[in-house]
Design a protein around this ligand. Structure first.
Ligand code: UDP
Ligand code: MG
Length: 156
């Protein structure tokens, strides 16, 4: 994975607990540019759509309830190898298995309430970025968007 962009979410538990600022700071201090960010609350339909790859799994309904339970932050992160770099800094899905110094080790409470989301491939990163941000918002953020070019072309 060599793309320069990924999508981060700060999940409701971390926002509620007041950790959003510290998480953004960790991201910044690890060399990511926060290209764009917004605070919002997901509707049930939005959460179901965003996590559709997990539809039918035993944890799906609980995940949707959790993700709609309060405000979240969505952010576009920019760095070389952004997907892999952010997943490394984020840590394992299960905080009990997350390495020292990772965001989930510090801020996750459980497998479900694990503080943050990160895209898992360049392709999914683009889809997830465009789930939350319009082409206009990305362009106006003024970052290096050449990797989004194909999607922008498709919107013309
Ligand atoms: N999740 C859960 N129970 C599980 C596995 C996952 O509640 O047994 C939740 C958890 O919040 C996780 C999200 O579903 O972050 C998406 O799961 P995935 O396997 O994609 O993990 P991630 O990519 O977030 O590390
Ligand atoms: Mg995932």
């Amino acid at each position: 994975m060599t793309g320069k962009h990924t999508l981060m979410l700060i999940k409701p538990n971390a926002v509620k607990n007041g950790y959003a600022h510290e998480i953004f700071l960790m991201v910044h201090n690890n060399g990511f540019k926060i290209l764009a960010q917004k605070k919002l609350q997901l509707s049930e339909r939005e959460a179901q759509a965003f996590y559709r790859v997990h539809a039918g799994k035993p944890f799906f309904q609980g995940l949707v309830e959790f993700m709609t339970s309060g405000p979240i932050y969505a952010a576009v992160l920019e760095k070389e190898n952004a997907v892999t770099e952010w997943r490394t800094l984020m840590g394992a899905t299960d905080p009990a298995k997350a390495a020292e110094g990772t965001v989930r080790k510090k801020y996750a409470e459980s497998v479900q309430h694990n503080a943050v989301h990160g895209s898992d491939s360049d392709e999914n990163a683009l889809n997830e970025i465009f789930f939350f941000f319009s082409a206009r918002e990305i362009v106006n953020a003024g970052g290096d968007i050449y990797q989004l070019h194909d999607i922008l072309k498709n919107e013309q």
